[in-house]
Design a protein around this ligand. Structure first.
Ligand SMILES: O=P(O)(O)OC[C@H]1O[C@H](OP(=O)(O)OP(=O)(O)O)[C@H](O)[C@@H]1O
Ligand SMILES: O=c1cc[nH]c(=O)[nH]1
Ligand SMILES: [Mg+2]
Length: 209
């Protein structure tokens, strides 16, 4: 079973409170989402494989560690996941980026996939799916399906705010993946929004409402 972890570092909690506030504007929202994504990338990358390398310091030769070079692919679920990409690339600049376009039907809450573009050889890579919101879990489940269908084996899902309903659904559908959230919130309302949540993440990031 993959793990579910809430990354509740004080800096992450503080920054999440800033973007939850309804008077946080687009510019600040975007900036702080970026900062939280960088902090989360630090935690999420903890188990990246290392290998030995011989180097020479001014004092002589020694064997030390470096990243083994297993390539990371950051996969934002459009649109809102885009807001987390740069923050992760700050720490893992060599990562590739694959995109999954998806929107949730406002009536049925069912996800619809409209775009997928991935690098090759997904089987050899660590995939970090990013989306600020894990609500019913429908979008996340479909995104993991899309990656597995293309050969991905190592998948992590990284979100800012998760609803218990979404965590349960995603773990049941894909028990093998790891899920990381900055917060586990209370519940979903009747419209499928996370409470207290932060509203519509895509609209808040891009100023579309
Ligand atoms: O867990 P779920 O119930 O599937 O809901 C979560 C999804 O809803 C939001 O996207 P939305 O459909 O609003 O698209 P957008 O990012 O383009 O605004 C959010 O960014 C997730 O992708
Ligand atoms: O609360 C929610 C739920 C789904 N999508 C969002 O952007 N916010
Ligand atoms: Mg949206």
């Amino acid at each position: 079973m993959g793990k579910f972890e809430v990354l509740d570092h004080p800096l992450i909690q503080h920054k999440l409170t800033i973007i939850r506030k309804k008077d946080c504007g687009t510019r600040e929202f975007r900036q702080v989402v970026d900062e939280i994504a960088t902090l989360m990338a630090y935690e999420v990358s903890r188990d990246m494989p290392l290998e030995d390398v011989e180097i020479e310091t001014p004092m002589g030769k020694t064997v030390k560690k470096r990243l083994a070079g297993k390539k990371v692919v950051v996969v934002p679920i459009l649109r809102a996941g885009l807001g987390m990409v740069e923050g992760i690339l700050n720490l893992i600049p060599a990562a590739k980026v694959g995109h999954i376009g998806m929107y949730r039907d406002e009536e049925t809450l069912q996800p619809h996939e409209y775009f997928v573009k991935m690098p090759g050889d997904l089987g050899d890579r660590d995939m970090f799916i990013v989306d600020p919101m894990l609500a019913t879990g429908g979008s996340a489940i479909m995104a993991v399906d899309a990656l597995k269908k293309r050969g991905a084996k190592s998948i992590k899902f990284v979100c800012l705010v998760a609803a218990p309903e979404g965590v349960k659904a995603l773990r049941e559908a894909h028990p093998d993946i790891d899920i990381f959230a900055a917060s586990l919130d209370d519940h979903l309302n009747e419209d499928g929004y996370i409470v207290p949540g932060l509203g519509d993440a895509g609209d808040r990031l891009f100023g579309t409402k």
